[in-house]
Design a protein around this ligand. Structure first.
Ligand code: SF4
Length: 448
């Protein structure tokens, strides 16, 4: 799994688990991004550096052992060692090109995120080569957080030691479930014994933060199995736990089977998935965890800061390396080409001069930046109007009075003393609420 933006359809979340995703990861919707906007991307890259704005690097490792049946990301399951080496080299060339851009000259990242795909799929030698080249142009001495996503079955003790050595602080383990039948039915590559094999290594090596991911509502889920998964997750005692509700985006194996009428086992409806999600929140609360966003609970809010998420949702610059990666710089969004061959070719594999492999962009207005931060920060559960007043000079309680009133009437949030707070019901379906704040021209927009 990754936390980088992904295709989705903004919007509805009724009773049935209908096809189409609801997860909102960015604004304006991707369907409004285009190649016509590339001059704005190049203007942003050529502008003066903004040292007061946080900078992050996202490194997209698009390889997986197997494609999960619910996966809608750009991933490859057939690449050999040399092909992976060529890709790693292309990413390093890409980061070197970025380091030459005026807007990034002399800037040091505050956070680094290895997402996928499965970053833990690649071997330590290739990883170290990549990291050395990244650090050579973007030194990590100001980096506060390095997140690394892992699939349990790809890990070894030596790999985990390599992650510690390169500076990983936040290890995110994609457990998703502990039940082998569910893992198999949903096409996951790992089995439960691989999860338990890894835990002593993690204990011994020790990362600043261990996050584990769970998914509520995978095919074959039942009340009993979910209870058991939550209990086992509590036994792991992670620093944070992230719970997703399974979605059915258009381009997954499940969706194709459903549309063809081949999928016999039922997928839980949204009400059930929200109930399971809420059960996890309650059980982790009993164990002392606190809600830190709609998806994540943490053991200790003081020590478990998620710099990547918090910075990104407050308008940080993010440079994404890798095929189909997303970036955000000086209020301009952009995305890389999404084809393997084109990505490598644009970075000089084939003999041409390496160039940035950007395919499309979107310059945002001040109002769109305000809306983007508002909807992303709403996922934290609470927002204060003073932040938006200071940053944008706008009273959000006035600017968004209508959608706020509608959601308040539905019991999704409460407004008091300059603070908007989502109710538990609002938190559990936050992504379906966010389109309420969109500019009308983006109503019903597809996130592709
Ligand atoms: S682990 Fe599964 S869901 Fe995650 S990127 Fe790979 S195939 Fe997709």
């Amino acid at each position: 799994m990754t936390t980088q933006p992904e295709p989705a359809t903004a919007g509805r979340q009724g009773t049935e688990s209908e096809v189409g995703s609801v997860f909102v990861s960015n604004y304006p919707p991707y369907s409004s991004w285009s190649a016509d906007q590339l001059p704005h991307v190049h203007e942003a890259l050529a502008s003066a550096p903004r040292p007061d704005v946080d900078l992050g690097l996202y490194l997209h490792i698009p390889f997986c052992r197997k494609r999960c049946k619910f996966c809608y990301f750009r991933v490859y399951t057939d690449k050999k060692y040399d092909e992976i080496g060529a890709y790693i080299d292309a990413m390093a060339r890409e980061v070197e090109r970025y380091a030459e851009q005026p807007a990034l000259l002399g800037r040091k990242p505050r956070f680094v995120y290895f997402g996928g795909g499965t970053p833990s799929y690649i071997n330590p030698k290739q990883l170290r080569e990549l990291v050395d080249r990244v650090k050579a142009v973007f030194p990590w001495d100001d980096v506060e957080e390095v997140t690394f996503e892992c699939e349990p079955g790809t890990l070894s003790e030596a790999k985990l030691e390599a992650y510690k050595e390169i500076g990983v602080t936040r290890l995110s383990l994609g457990i998703e479930h502990f039940d082998d039948d569910i893992l198999r039915e949903n096409g996951r590559a790992h089995v439960s014994k691989e999860i338990f094999r890894v835990l002593p290594w993690l204990e011994r090596i020790g990362f600043d933060q261990l996050n584990i991911d769970l998914i509520a509502g995978m095919l074959g889920e039942t009340d009993d199995k979910w209870r058991d998964a939550v209990e086992k997750a509590l036994d792991v005692a992670p620093d944070s736990v992230t719970v997703y509700q399974l979605e059915l985006p258009f381009n997954t194996r499940f969706t194709k089977s459903l549309l063809n009428g081949d999928l016999m086992l039922p997928i839980a409806d949204w009400e059930t998935k929200r109930r399971w999600h809420e059960y996890a929140i309650e059980e982790f609360s009993k164990a002392g965890y606190e809600v830190s966003s709609a998806y994540t609970m943490v053991k200790d809010k003081e020590t478990c800061r998620f710099v990547y998420r918090n910075s990104l949702w407050r308008g940080a610059d993010l440079i994404g390396m890798g095929v189909a990666s997303f970036s955000h710089l000086s209020a301009v969004h952009f995305q890389n080409v999404d084809g393997w061959g084109e990505y490598l070719a644009r970075l000089g594999h084939g003999g041409s001069q390496p160039e940035l492999p950007i395919a499309r962009g979107k310059q945002t207005t001040a109002d769109e930046q305000l809306t983007r931060e508002l909807i992303l920060q709403l996922k934290l559960g609470t927002i204060g109007s003073d932040y938006f007043q200071r940053k944008f000079g706008v009273d959000i309680l006035e600017r968004f009075a209508e959608p706020l009133a509608r959601l308040q009437e539905r019991g999704m949030l409460a407004i008091g003393d300059g603070v908007v707070e989502l109710s538990r019901a609002g938190l559990l379906r936050v992504d379906t609420l966010l389109p309420e704040f969109y500019d009308p021209r983006y109503f019903g927009a597809r996130y592709t």
